[in-house]
Design a binder for this molecule. Sequence first.
Ligand code: NAI
Length: 394
Amino acid sequence: MLSHILRKGVLSSNSSTLIRRYASTNGQQTVLVVLYEGGEAGKKNKNILGCVENALGLREWIKENKLDNRLKLVVTSDKQGENSLAEKTLPEASVVISQPFWPCYLDQTRIDKAKKLKLAITAGVGSDHVNLEAACKRGITVAEVSGSNVVSVAEHVVMQILALVRNFIPAYNQVVNGEWDIAKIADKAYDLENKHVGTVAAGRIGLRVLQRLKPFDVHLHYYDKFRLDKSIEKELNVTYHSSVESLAKVCDVVTINCPLHPETEHMFDKKMLSLMKKGSYIVNTARGKIMDRDALVDAIKSNHIEGYAGDVWYPQPAAKDHPWRSMPRHAMTPHYSGTTLDAQARYAAGVREILGNWLNERPQREEYLIVDKGKVVSRAYTEGDATKGHSEKK
Ligand code: NAI
């Protein structure tokens, strides 16, 4: 249903109206687009839309719609430090497009610099890299392409749960290293069946994780600020917890699927980790900062937590010496779960749709809006600043 709505919306943008309406406005507006470098893969594969080389299809879109004289596109991966191109472009930018995989953190200092900024678009899902409090005060609209990569992430979560519980990574490493030590792998390999698996949040991703896990015959749990319909709870046979502590205490596997905002920042601190069952696993594809970085390392090293996986770090890109890279028993990846080629096509189309609506002064889809008219309008977020303490020095 959601993907149907998404596709319908994406196909509905009317380019002739776009040209006519926009041509009547004055001046060239700068759109700063911060994306990751595509390298060889990005040059060869035009479907990697989320990289600098392919720029979310925006260059072609601007050409097709004859918007060259009206929009100045600055596309860069250079985002770290005061001398970065992103930082230098901010004072003239009306729109900043960024993505969680390579975020342009719009903290208070940067928002103060971006005097002309009207719209911050997330190419994907998750707008925690924007100081929402400052955006509210300045009347900056914050929008994301809700729903665009939720299946991609849910599949990744299931994959990483299985990788941890079945001890896949050490088994794979044995093959690569020419070893054959079955007992060593079996020592830490389990079936998922009959285990207690819980999700922190059952929004678009959390719900899809529950749905995908049901056929594994596990005991399902969830915690969320908002309860699912009774009929869905019944269909999934899922137990609701009114607090994250209650869920953490009973689960063998906890998967985190809530947005990062001041209420969820460091939700998994030393105390919360100590409440979890000894030998349990965590999969976090939500945001790195929901986890207390060092408390997790301690919990893993003391064998209280058996394994950790996910793809989100703070800040991003993760430093070469980030302790999660080298801690024992992890199955981490760089942040890519929500950027499969399928997802990229959807969120690139969504970004163009949002930009087109903005140019035309057309209303945005309600579900895409995080901050609008000075208020946080998404019920998944609280007003506040998750960029605090952000340090992204070159
Ligand atoms: P959603 O908006 O559909 O669902 C979020 C859910 O979190 C809502 O049900 C909301 O009630 C719940 N929630 C918010 N604050 C809470 C709190 N304090 N306690 C309990 N529940 C709370 O969002 P969706 O699409 O499910 O995405 C969730 C998050 O996943 C994103 O905000 C983003 O951070 C992350 N994400 C990661 C991706 C990746 O590539 N790793 C890609 C897409 C999203």
